[in-house]
Design a protein around this ligand. Sequence first.
Ligand SMILES: NC(=O)c1ccc[n+]([C@@H]2O[C@H](COP(=O)([O-])OP(=O)(O)OC[C@H]3O[C@@H](n4cnc5c(N)ncnc54)[C@H](OP(=O)(O)O)[C@@H]3O)[C@@H](O)[C@H]2O)c1
Length: 261
Amino acid sequence: MKIVVIGGTGLIGSKLVTKLREHGHEAVAAAPNTGVNTLTGEGLVEALKGASVVVDVSNSPSWEDAAVLNFFETSTRNLLTYEAAAGVGHHVALSVVGTNLLSESGYFRAKIAQEKLIRESSVPHSIVRATQFFEFLKGLADISVDGGKVHLPPVLFQPMAADDVASAVGKVAVGQPVDGIVEIGGPEQFRVDELVRRRLASLKDPREVIADPNARYSGAILSENTLVPGSDARLGETRYETWLTQPAAQIPSAHPKTNAA
Ligand SMILES: NC(=O)c1ccc[n+]([C@@H]2O[C@H](COP(=O)([O-])OP(=O)(O)OC[C@H]3O[C@@H](n4cnc5c(N)ncnc54)[C@H](OP(=O)(O)O)[C@@H]3O)[C@@H](O)[C@H]2O)c1
């Protein structure tokens, strides 16, 4: 089966392409540096020719409010239009657990817009909402700095390894469209401030992490369970302490890119 992975050179995308190929699928890594740009439409006709499934695990290069909204709206609109024309039978997109509750955040307004376009399209779809990646914990600190200290709310979350995200997205991609949402998460719950503090310590990053009930996550106020997936979520196996021993954990973070909210 031909499966086009938009953002196939990124953190999740590159793992997903590898896994799909290991399972015998023809996986195409689509990104600007492979000649496919979803913002302009460049390369999409060629890439989508004969494709059964498109998986969108792209991300905006800029997380500034207007830029990120433009990215997810324009690229999703383009993708769905080209998919309908090419007869693609399944659009899979990666979103975030709690997205619908996070509209105070410019980044999440963009993810809400992305999900809405997908729901309203004629292309059968599956939206996979994942919890935060372990790989993003340092990025989470970076976007939460105030006065040189990291301010994070002491609420619950259930983060997961990027490798488990890619496996779960791959399973959804080769299955039937659910025309709805699948939630995925990690095997353990933590307090956000607690795990980010542990992650910075593992990187010998000296920044202090303050448990601040008024601190925002990417611009949004969180309640105790905003970031926690529902009871029917599919859970990855990798525990945080196990992930920490893996080579991936030695890399501080690929996130955030520019102008993080
Ligand atoms: N971070 C988290 O904890 C978390 C949690 C749940 C869900 N998510 C979601 O996971 C998704 C993927 O995240 P990630 O960390 O894997 O992203 P990433 O590593 O930043 O990769 C982004 C990918 O998008 C590609 N891309 C950028 N602009 C493009 C364009 N105009 N056309 C086509 N491709 C383009 C990039 O290509 P280049 O490298 O060539 O620019 C890259 O391959 C995002 O949608 C995010 O919302 C993230």
